[in-house]
Design a protein around this ligand. Structure first.
Ligand SMILES: Cc1cc2nc3c(=O)[nH]c(=O)nc-3n(C[C@H](O)[C@H](O)[C@H](O)COP(=O)(O)OP(=O)(O)OC[C@H]3O[C@@H](n4cnc5c(N)ncnc54)[C@H](O)[C@@H]3O)c2cc1C
Ligand SMILES: *[C@@H]1O[C@H](CO)[C@@H](O)[C@H](O)[C@H]1NC(C)=O
Ligand SMILES: *[C@@H]1O[C@H](CO)[C@@H](O)[C@H](O)[C@H]1NC(C)=O
Ligand SMILES: *[C@@H]1O[C@H](CO)[C@@H](O)[C@H](O)[C@H]1NC(C)=O
Ligand SMILES: *[C@@H]1O[C@H](CO)[C@@H](O)[C@H](O)[C@H]1NC(C)=O
Length: 596
């Protein structure tokens, strides 16, 4: 049915059934000669009045706040969409300045992002209080939800008033999905319950250990509690200590140190409690609402429902061993020799994942830092056997390297010792690509050339790019997926993230140029070198061509049907998730609109 803005103008709306007009509240708008129907924003006639916001505030127990960018206390005023307010506070500014690069602090904020590019880098901490502090791409209001009723109230309010809705957990997102210009944000970070059981009693065949966690629980906190069980257990999380588990991680798939043994985090999910787009609170598992259950397991973060809690399998702990390898400019200034080392390392990556290892590495100009190679359930001697061909090749080629190794009683001990915190506050674009066994076996040299392109994508960007790589095979012990993740992850060897820093204060044209470099130079080189690979929605370029196929492959059509069933109006929107083909963020990254 053709949606027609004039229906509103003629006042005919009340005579038409709401069911016939799913987008009846969208705001007509013409931009660059194209017609859109947009979400409702401050300044639009449809924006709820103060009384409605006050009512929402009382429904959510006074937990509604007007959002200020985290750097606001460093500025005299915040020129917000609702009003201009005085914000300068020297002590608060000092606190923000001291903590802006700290991921733990950032996660605790109502709406801050760890990687700041998608906040439009507005209102960063400064020594110049006279400078401008504006909303950037942040939300206008945040509900700091304490109960599931608060989450429901936020979803209902956003749906009824056609507001841009953002669910925000830790703000740990590379591609800015937990922020959105002019949005109502629901922050689920206070949902911190953790409950273990030895014997899962829910539906399905699985009767082993399980843990139910609130939406806000972060990786390291969960692993710490798992370790305190008697006996200690393991849970699948990401490698990063502060990444959430029930938010973007499981809903995007989720890989971590146990991926070789247990697949993606999504493969280990048993049940979700959620609030749906229509405001229903329900359970999704293999018996109840199985279609939604499947989609929540890797089908796209923030796209299908607001998650309140998830139940995940737990696993017995095992002794583990970890190895570190460095090849960098401290050891050699010879670029050719350096790349020879990278090539040899990567050449054996099929053997590493075939041996059940997980490997995390960072690659930039003249710096390969592999920390760690993880051998879950392995001794150091067993690890050394798997790594020997690589070391032999380093030696034969004269590649200088530094290495050390260590055994641990549990994987938890290894995790605490060998995985580092990552910094917050940097501004960068990220892409990424998975190379399959076949790609590594057939194209290793091309993959290394692609890495060089990622690091130096253009003459004026020489040595500015970087790679965060992860070697794992999600199909090593779980050859068949039970989740919505791309089937090709069952043949994965290397999932590598491409990073391209963006200078602060870059103009729109500069940003477009760098986005083009990410999509069409860096990622394109990796895609060409890995024709049997795929992309990962949590660590990928949302603006890549064929994103549906790259992110989900043959699972996409089913995900699209499920999205249309559970959220036909697009209450939930996250970039490049199923069903967002008709939606576009227009006008320099601001209004979210449906194309008409
Ligand atoms: C430093 C760093 C390290 C990382 N390491 C790993 C890793 O080891 N393995 C891996 O697989 N990924 C990793 N990631 C990617 C990570 O999985 C995603 O960024 C993920 O989206 C983070 O989820 P979050 O809930 O913590 O973050 P948020 O930024 O708060 O949310 C991310 C997305 O999830 C949605 N969301 C959050 N909470 C909810 C909820 N309760 N209900 C519905 N939707 C929700 C948001 O709307 C948003 O779309 C890493 C990212 C970074 C920045
Ligand atoms: C919501 O209510 C609380 C408690 O009464 C109050 O402190 C807060 O300022 C209110 N939020 C808004 C946006 O008015
Ligand atoms: C975003 O930043 C650009 C500069 O890159 C600026 O021109 C634009 O006004 C900003 N938009 C918002 C909404 O902050
Ligand atoms: C380079 O390698 C040396 C030797 O292992 C190591 O001590 C140093 O930390 C490495 N430097 C970087 C920047 O990784
Ligand atoms: C994985 O590889 C095997 C053999 O190498 C092949 O039969 C299978 O089709 C591949 N699966 C996917 C999803 O690519």
């Amino acid at each position: 049915m053709a949606w027609n803005g004039s229906v509103l103008a003629l006042g005919l709306l009340p005579f038409l059934s709401e069911a016939l007009l799913p987008s009846h509240r969208l705001v007509p708008r013409t931009s660059n000669g194209k017609d859109y129907a947009c979400k409702c924003y401050a300044g639009d006639e449809c924006w709820p009045d103060e009384g409605s916001w006050a009512e929402l505030n009382s429904t959510v127990g006074g937990n509604l706040i007007v959002n200020l960018p985290p750097g606001a206390p460093c500025y005299e005023t915040f020129e917000g969409p609702l009003s201009t307010v005085s914000t300068y506070d020297a002590a608060a500014c000092a606190e923000v300045t001291a903590n802006f690069m700290d991921q733990r602090w950032t996660a605790e904020q109502p709406a801050a992002l760890m990687w700041t590019y998608f906040t439009n880098d507005t209102c960063r901490p400064t020594q110049d209080p006279a400078g401008p502090c504006t909303l950037g791409y942040y939300g206008v209001y945040v509900i700091e939800a304490q109960t599931k009723e608060h989450v429901k109230a936020g979803v209902d309010f956003a749906r009824e008033n056609n507001l841009r809705l953002i669910i925000r957990n830790t703000g740990h997102d590379f591609i800015g999905r937990s922020t959105g210009w002019g949005a109502l944000v629901i922050n689920t970070h206070s949902f911190q319950d953790v409950e273990f059981t030895d014997k899962y009693t829910g539906p399905g065949r699985y009767k082993g250990g399980a843990v139910t966690i609130g939406a806000g629980v972060q990786g390291q906190a969960l692993l710490t509690e798992a370790h305190a069980q008697d006996p200690p257990v393991q849970v699948m999380t990401g490698e990063c200590p502060t990444v959430g588990v029930a938010g973007g991680l499981v809903q995007g798939g989720g890989h971590g140190p146990l991926t070789p043994q247990h697949g993606m985090v999504a493969d280990t999910a048993l049940s979700f409690d959620v609030v749906t787009a229509s405001g229903e609170m329900l359970t999704a598992n293999c018996d109840e609402n199985p279609d939604l259950f499947w989609a929540l397991k890797g089908g796209g973060p923030g796209a299908f429902a607001a998650v309140l809690s998830v139940t995940l399998k737990t696993f017995p702990e095992q002794k583990s061993a970890g190895v570190i390898v460095n090849i960098n400019s401290t050891l050699t200034q010879d670029e050719a020799l350096f790349w020879e080392g990278v090539r040899s390392f990567h050449k054996y990556s099929n053997d590493f994942v075939g041996g059940g290892l997980y490997v995390y590495f960072e690659l930039m100009a003249m710096r390969l830092h592999i920390q760690p190679f993880v051998g879950f359930g392995k001794t150091l001697a067993e690890m050394q056997d798997i790594l020997k061909p690589m070391f032999d090749e380093f030696d034969a080629q004269g590649v200088p390297y530094d290495t050390s190794g260590k055994e641990f009683d549990t994987l938890f001990d290894l995790y605490i010792d060998l995985f580092d915190d990552e910094g917050a506050g940097s501004s960068a674009l990220t892409g990424g690509w998975m190379f399959s066994h076949q790609d590594v076996a057939e194209n290793n040299d091309e993959i290394i050339e692609a890495f060089k392109t990622v690091i130096s994508p253009r003459e004026d960007l020489a040595n500015q790019g970087g790679i965060i790589g992860h070697l794992w095979d999600a199909g090593h012990s779980t050859p068949v997926s039970n989740s919505a993740t791309h089937p090709r992850f069952r043949n994965s060897t290397d999932f590598s993230i491409a990073i391209l820093p963006v200078p602060l204060g870059a103009s729109w044209e500069q940003k477009e140029d760098l986005q083009n470099v990410l999509t069409n130079v860096q990622d394109e080189a990796m895609r060409k070198a890995g024709p049997n690979g795929c992309a990962y929605i949590n660590e990928g370029d949302p603006f890549q061509p064929d994103w549906q196929d790259h992110f989900w492959g043959s699972e996409y059509p089913r995900l699209l049907r499920i999205k249309n069933k559970w959220d036909p109006e697009g209450v939930f929107y996250t970039v490049s998730t199923p069903g967002t083909e008709d939606w576009e963020v227009i006008e320099y990254g601001t209004r979210l609109c449906r194309k008409v």
